[in-house]
Design a protein around this ligand. Structure first.
Ligand code: OKP
Ligand code: ZN
Length: 346
């Protein structure tokens, strides 16, 4: 396994403000998340840096206007009289409003190109998001070149980022970028299996009408949990994509027995649908002690997950998503990676 770790400074310069239960707080998605994971995984692995992000690849996953917005948002925000410390929306277009009219002011752009107030843009956001995406790209390139499995320590995470909206701590969809890279490099069909506690609405949307990427997610029921408006079991794809999306919403309190049964249904599809590469969106916010989530997986369960993924036997790119119990984050990620390594060698 090769582990791709970005420049720590670049990642650390992104720390957004988050509106949490009507309080503006430093985001749970904090810089020390990457630091603690890096410390844990570089005990056993020599870290590799990412290459330069391919803007053409980025443009195949995200909307050009959205990318231009991300690039310029912080500078635009600086022009705003009375601005606060992070660029954050306060108004989103409602259902009947004129969303076909391109937004001009930074306030309008923030509402148009975003979908949640858990997420804001700071001075380092664009550079950090690009650096994270570059890790996913490089991890995919290296698997295309023959590596069996790689890990990209992406921060900020990506699976909530849609074609043209940021939200849920996500700006660029790292898993989608890895998957698209795999397709461009010769894969016939990529499976993205998303085990983060939250539904990856962005990844689902990007590939929803396509059959070259299968997207499966195991997550907290959107009736009770973010992102609330996607991730229901009856979302199965549209057009060419019918049957290439699977959602496994599970109730708060779910433990590994129920969770792993859902994983088996996803992995059955991966085989049945003839996927030849696997991208895992790895969130460990399913951990029993996660401060913002309600599943009950243990460190031992994460080890079991790693071995199970290895048994799938496909070239695999593991992309970091969520996980907010910083004290156990490194150990939980290492549990997945280390057992994957051992199982794949055996
Ligand atoms: C990102 B990823 C906490 C609100 C949390 C957003 C959750 C984003 C999770 N008060 N809202 O999927 O781990
Ligand atoms: Zn999550």
């Amino acid at each position: 396994m090769h582990v791709f770790v970005g420049d720590a400074e670049t990642s650390a310069r992104h720390h957004a403000l988050e509106l949490d239960a009507a309080r503006l707080i430093p985001s749970w998605e904090s810089p020390n998340r990457a630091a603690t994971i890096a410390a844990a995984i570089t005990e056993n692995h020599q870290p590799l840096a990412g290459g330069d992000l391919d803007d053409e690849l980025l443009g195949r996953v995200h909307d050009a206007g959205y990318l231009e917005f991300l690039r310029t948002a912080w500078d635009d925000w600086q022009q705003l009289p009375g601005r606060g410390p992070a660029a954050m929306a306060a108004c989103w277009p409602a259902r009947w409003m004129a969303t076909d009219r391109p937004p001009v002011s930074i306030d309008a752009k923030l509402g148009y190109y975003g979908f949640g107030a858990d997420c804001s843009i700071t001075a380092g956001t664009w550079a950090a998001a690009r650096s994270a995406a570059a890790l996913a790209q490089s991890a995919a390139d290296d698997v295309l070149a023959g590596a069996t499995v790689n890990f990209a320590l992406c921060r900020p995470p990506g699976h909530h980022a849609t074609i043209d909206q940021f939200g849920g701590y996500c700006y660029l969809n790292n898993a989608a970028i890895a998957a698209q890279r795999c397709l461009d490099g010769g894969s016939g069909r990529v499976a993205i299996v998303d085990v983060d506690y939250h539904h990856g609405n962005g990844t689902q949307q990007i590939f929803y009408e396509r059959s070259d990427v299968y997207y499966a997610s195991i997550h907290a029921d959107p009736v009770t949990d973010f992102p609330y408006f996607a991730g229901f079991a009856d979302e199965r794809g549209r057009g060419d994509g019918v049957g290439y999306t699977r959602n496994e919403p599970l109730p708060a309190g779910t433990g590994f027995a129920t969770w792993s049964a859902a994983l088996e249904r996803c992995l059955d599809d991966v085989v049945t649908l003839g996927c030849d590469m696997l991208v895992m969106s790895l969130g460990v916010d399913t951990f029993v002690d996660d401060p913002i989530s309600q599943f009950r997986l243990t460190t031992g369960d994460f080890a079991t997950l790693g071995a199970r993924l290895a048994a799938v036997g496909l070239p695999t790119v593991i992309v970091m998503e969520g996980g907010y119990d910083v004290d156990d984050l490194g150990v939980n990620v290492a549990a997945v990676l280390d057992t994957f390594d051992i199982a794949r060698v055996a």
